[in-house]
Design a protein around this ligand. Sequence first.
Ligand SMILES: [Zn+2]
Length: 280
Amino acid sequence: MTQPKDAAARRAVKPVICYPVETLPAPNMPVYEAARQNLTKVDEVLAPARDAAVFNVPAGHFFRISSVEGSQVGDLNLWSANDLSEKFYTGKTRALHGTHITTGQQMWSSFPQLRPMATITHDTLGWYGIDEFGGSVHDVIGTRCDPYTHNLLAGGQYHHCCHSNLSRAMGDHLGITAQEAESHVHDVLNVFMCTGFTRDTGQYFMKGSPVRPGDYLEFFAEIDLLGCLSACPGGDCSDKHSSDSAQCHPLLIEVFKPADDSLEGWKSPAMNGYNRSHGL
Ligand SMILES: [Zn+2]
């Protein structure tokens, strides 16, 4: 293909950050850091291998997702426990924080609330950074493995993709069918998954997760949360997903209450301030 004479100059234009976060209200990390020193476990749920589990986290509590038996990635959905139409918005979280999130960054909810649902307060894989392939951990760029894409690419009927695991668990929890529940399922935070985009073709890639038993990702619930976590059929996602061929392990979810009066100055975030008139 012919290129314009000034192609190199056009490519050399410097990028600017779309959403500079300097004006984003920053979470008060020292308050969370102090509060997490004195936690009492109030609940524990295991997401079985190739399956999902539902959990509740009251606002002002912490929750942890831990690797327990072997290297395993998890697909996390979050909703406001009081209004399932308010759910985790991966796209906006990505636009604000980048392709992968870690300590100090937040999971944002859908419109019109667009507020922090959860703040990451500890990440034992925070040391990983960005590797030589452009890969990093805990992405908001993948969607979730699902049987529709699998059918499109490989044919067949596979029933333990994260999308189906989340749909079954939510159906069970809400007393509705998995088909009804799947409209609540949304794009995930890929907990412990190591992913990126290839530099040459821009394609989404995965590689074996660096997570090991004992590693965990910890969150602070900014609002009352309903969560659902699927232990992905891809296992550590080093090779395949959407089949039973990968070695898979459960993931542990634990909920913790901080000591009374330990959240000095913290308030559950209000709904977004836009007036929703849309100019009319
Ligand atoms: Zn999956």
